[in-house]
Write a protein that binds this ligand. Structure first.
Ligand code: AMP
Ligand code: MG
Length: 647
């Protein structure tokens, strides 16, 4: 446990806060909530799926309810046919009835007689065994010959042999699935006592939040946490009610929180949990009821500002605002409590061992969760970190699971083995793995593969990262766009033995500007550049060191360092967003991205986007399918339509 004192005057009253270890925080949270009784309600079977049984359920009848024939044939007295064989068949007289399913027998099977019976029919009085029809032969008159002997009880299911009346069918705590539903149905039970789903109110907070479906204003952010937390509650046995998002207005928020708490068993907020002046939710929580906040600040990454409280016996949680942080803290710290309240057993997560291909830095003193994508390496699974920081949401969708780096480690060395906790019960190793530089054109090529049932994983780690993965045999293809300055050639000079170049497509790079800007409109590249550099108010946006586009920009600028040079985002899209939103006046990006943003574009040079193919993997079916798709007319057209030129 780390004890880092924090002081805050944000609420106007001195607040002493301690950063707790995750174990200590969870222990305090649970101690303030449990033991507690779960609510019980009766639910029809169809609505009980996934819920926990709240009480033992006892069988009201025997199953089967009568002695039942298991085969089609004849009900007999076994003693009558003890000596029967194929050479010495025994003849029995047939009784004057035939017992089908649902028919109650009227006649007794007395010595020397047999009654015809179907599978599922009640065994008549006097009979103690069933002979299969295959072992009999009809004879003259109302008689049959029996060719085999039978032991007493042969092919009979006795009443209560499956479930006995008075026996506990299923115990309290059992999670009801289709098999459990079957047990109840067999006993004639139509509704069962289940643990009532905890009613959980979900509220997002932040002035910037907009609900999906609405138009996004400037500086607005779509409310992501509301949707994910609501879904994750349902996945873990809660009944979520999403109450929307509220601005950081203390009075309105307090009213909404009080009402939500009055009407629900639990309240989960997100955002506003830091100690900034605009972060008001934790100040409200502190006055919602006893015992109040039990942990505010947990040594977790992501998720440090998590706030856990119990108000009037009900859990109140403020998740951090960043969606990835919100998800991790929810799963790690809230799910155990939610499941206990729902009467469900703790979640059992599947773990697999995988090798970490790169060094992962980690903050000392905080338990760190890193999301990873799994691919198959030469010796077992390899786990690639997918994180783009706690503000990123894509890392979740692309990840197969996560690894945990303990608080006392400051990094995980490359090549180390790690336990990966899976998000799904099974590892889905993709059929085709593409690791390297990302391009939206790639989606056009892999689309037909997905339609053909192949799963494709694309991991964006840049051209050099892709080549390293290809060298280690972790991918099939590495998309690259690397210019060799010495030869002026793209990609080919970077190949190593074992890799082959597969031509991809060309991406036109050029100057992007807002339509109507006279410094650029209708000019050639060199003239536009001259005009931009001549105007000291003209602001550029650059690219990061190492990007192919950056090499081009530096060669254009020579020794010039215009204002904005140090603004160096990492993607083509960030450049066009900066220009579109007037944070910059020009930059260099690729044509499809400029056009998609409705911006002006002056072509400069074509960049080659090709694939380094791991030669040893050329014959794999998914690789062949990829190469075929790449060559197809459909792909060429789709690429050209998106603004790329097929090489
Ligand atoms: P906060 O904790 O309120 O300071 O928020 C931290 C970051 O998370 C900010 O960038 C917020 O815009 C973002 N954020 C907060 N709530 C949400 C939400 N519900 N959905 C998406 N992003 C959010
Ligand atoms: Mg906020």
């Amino acid at each position: 446990m780390t004890d880092t004192p924090n002081f805050s005057n944000a609420s106007g009253q001195d607040q002493f806060l301690t950063i707790l270890s995750r174990e200590e925080a969870l222990a305090r949270f649970e101690a303030a909530l449990f033991p507690r009784a779960v609510g019980v309600e009766k639910r029809p079977l169809a609505e009980a799926l996934g819920l926990a049984l709240a009480e033992n359920v006892v069988a009201p009848i025997d199953v089967p309810p009568f002695d039942r024939a298991n085969v089609d044939g004849f009900a007999v007295r076994s003693a009558d046919i003890a000596a029967a064989s194929e050479r010495h068949p025994v003849q029995l007289t047939l009784n004057g009835e035939s017992i089908a399913c649902g028919v109650t027998p009227k006649l007794t099977v007395s010595t020397g007689t047999a009654t015809s019976i179907s599978t599922g029919g009640p065994v008549p009085r006097g009979a103690d065994a069933i002979v299969m029809v295959e072992h009999t032969h009809p004879t003259e008159g109302d008689a049959i010959e029996i060719w085999r002997s039978a032991s007493p009880g042969q092919f009979v299911s006795y009443a209560g042999s499956d479930i006995a009346r008075g026996e506990v069918v299923l115990r309290a705590g059992t999670v009801i699935g289709s098999r459990e539903v079957g047990m109840f149905a067999a006993c004639g039970i139509a509704s069962v006592p289940v643990a009532r789903k905890p009613r959980v109110a979900v509220l997002s907070t932040g002035d910037e939040l907009v609900q999906p479906g609405e138009a996004l204003p400037s500086a607005g952010i779509y409310d992501t946490n509301g949707a994910i937390v609501t879904a994750a509650i349902a996945e873990n046995g809660g009944q979520a009610e999403f109450l929307g998002s509220l601005p950081d207005d203390e009075a309105r928020l307090e009213a909404a929180m009080r009402q939500a708490l009055a009407e629900h068993d639990m309240l989960i907020l997100s955002g506003g949990t830091s100690k900034g002046a605009g972060d008001v939710s934790h100040r409200i929580v502190a006055r919602l009821g006893e015992p109040g906040i039990v942990a505010h600040g947990v040594a977790l990454k992501p998720g440090k500002p998590l706030c856990l409280a119990v108000c009037g016996g009900k859990p109140v949680v403020i998740l951090p605002g960043f969606p990835t942080s919100a998800m991790f803290t929810f799963h790690d710290m809230v799910v155990p409590v939610l499941r206990r309240m729902a009467g469900l057993p703790p979640r059992t997560d599947t773990q697999v061992t995988a090798r970490i291909p790169l060094r992962i830095a980690s903050e000392l003193g905080r338990t760190e969760f890193v999301m990873v994508s799994l691919v198959k390496g030469q010796e077992g699974l390899v786990a690639y970190p997918t994180g783009k920081g706690s503000g990123a949401i894509t890392s979740f969708a692309q990840a197969d699971g996560f690894i945990r780096i303990e608080a006392l480690a400051d990094h995980m060395p490359p090549g180390s083995e790690a336990e990966v906790t899976l998000f799904t019960p099974q590892v889905r190793v993709p059929d085709l793995v593409i690791i390297g530089s990302h391009c939206t054109g790639l989606d056009r090529v892999v689309a037909p593969l997905a339609r053909g049932g192949s799963s494709v994983r694309v991991l964006s780690v840049g051209s050099l990262g892709g080549l390293a993965a290809a060298r280690r045999g972790e991918c099939d293809l590495a998309p690259i766009h690397l210019l060799d300055e010495k030869t002026g050639r793209y990609n080919e000079p970077f190949l190593e033995p074992g890799l082959e170049l597969v031509p991809g497509w060309r991406r036109m790079q050029g100057i992007v500007y807002r339509p109507g800007d006279a410094r650029f409109e209708a000019l050639e590249a060199q003239d536009a550049l001259r005009a931009a550099l001549a105007d000291p108010t003209c602001l550029m946006v650059n690219r990061n060191q190492g990007a192919g586009t950056r090499i081009l920009i530096d060669s254009l600028l020579g020794s010039a360092r215009p204002d904005g040079y140090w603004n160096q985002p990492r993607s083509h899209n960030a450049v066009s967003a900066a220009v579109a939103q007037k944070r910059a006046d020009w930059g260099v990006t690729i044509a499809p991205v400029a056009h998609a943003a409705g911006l002006g574009f002056i072509p400069l040079a074509e960049e080659h986007y090709d694939f380094a193919l791991v030669a040893a993997r050329r014959d794999r079916p998914a690789v062949k399918a990829f190469l075929t798709a790449l060559q197809s007319d459909e792909c060429r057209e789709a690429l050209e339509q998106a603004g790329f030129r097929r090489a």
